[in-house]
Ligand binder design. Structure first.
Ligand code: CP
Ligand code: NVA
Length: 308
């Protein structure tokens, strides 16, 4: 399966890509970033975000502008979706105007309904289940750092959330060993872990543990995310004591490979899931990672729109 096979398709999960397609897409991200490849279009992207966003919103917008297209912000507060117009109806109408649609919402099922009723490509810009665009940029950031992905080891510390789920799938497809270390009761969904194990390439090991120190041992990439995601704000304070042993701090980093890098999808809570010292330290690649969201989504849109 080649990149051309993705023309007109949706990207609801990284499992929508084959290992070969993911590899080719990451290469396209690198080529667009370096200027080796230039692509243009005259297309219109819609952004329908039911949750807050800085990086995803701005990086999608700038990426489409750089491709030569236009962007419409379909803020639910000022469109009829916020007043309860059914997704099935909204999706069929947007399909007639737009060329491509990125949706950030809560339930994966709602995203799937958008994709079912809109014939144009629909992209998952984050759901409670998954954040594939983030992980596309993360893998490209890792490739940029280490030259290749297969055989690397990544440790994810914290909540078994949307980012953890997409990392499991993305690492599996890229042949990256992944260990997800969470407090008891906050593990990723078993169905996603099983899906990652089934997709694993080149013998990549997929592991889930409650032991943060063992998880970080020898790791090339240490990754963390907020302890309470959007929609879980009321649990934030009660989670802190349970999650403290999983903080990305200098003590835990001492167990990782000395050349390990630190990633965080942002936004971050310094002093909770990551210390200011680690975030601002020499191992952090967090700002490159944020920049790469733009290159990654440009490549993704180019492929789904058939520019490539
Ligand atoms: N990492 C990420 O998706 O950031 P935003 O919520 O700001 O889009
Ligand atoms: N897990 C976080 C990621 C934010 C980019 C959330 O869903 O809020």
């Amino acid at each position: 399966m080649s990149l051309q096979d993705l023309h007109g398709k949706d990207l609801l999960s990284l499992a929508d890509l084959s290992a070969t397609q993911l590899q080719a897409l990451i290469q396209l991200v690198c080529d667009l970033k370096s200027g080796k490849t230039n692509l243009t279009c005259n297309k219109v992207l819609g952004l329908l975000f039911y949750k807050a966003s800085t990086r995803t919103r701005v990086s999608f917008t700038v990426a489409m502008y750089q491709l030569g297209g236009q962007v419409i912000d379909l803020n639910p507060k000022v469109t009829q979706v916020g007043r309860g117009e059914p997704i099935e109806d909204t999706a069929r109408v947007l399909d007639r105007y737009l060329d491509i649609l990125a949706v950030r919402t809560f339930a994966q099922a709602d995203l799937a309904t958008f994709a079912q009723y809109a014939k144009i490509p629909v992209i998952n810009a984050l759901t409670d289940l998954a954040h594939p665009c983030q992980i596309l940029a993360d893998l490209q950031t890792m490739q940029e750092e280490f030259g290749s992905l297969s055989g690397l080891s990544l440790t994810y510390l914290g909540d078994g959330n949307n980012v953890a789920h997409s990392l499991l799938l993305g690492c599996a497809l890229a042949g990256v060993n992944i260990t997800v270390a969470t407090p008891p009761g906050y593990e990723p969904l078993p169905k996603v872990v099983e899906q990652a194990q089934a997709l694993a390439q080149n013998g990549a090991q997929i592991a889930v543990t409650n032991d943060a120190i063992a998880a970080v041992k020898g790791s090339n990439v240490v990754y963390t995310d907020v302890w309470a995601s959007m929609g879980q704000e009321e649990e934030a304070d009660s989670r802190i004591p349970r999650f403290e042993p999983y903080q990305a701090n200098a003590t835990l980093m001492a167990h990782a490979d000395p050349k390990a890098i630190v990633l965080h999808c942002l936004p971050a809570h310094r002093g909770e899931e990551i210390t200011a010292e680690v975030m601002e330290g020499s191992q952090a690649r967090i700002w490159d990672q944020a920049e790469n969201r733009m290159h990654a989504q440009k490549a993704l849109m180019a492929v789904l729109l058939g520019l490539r």
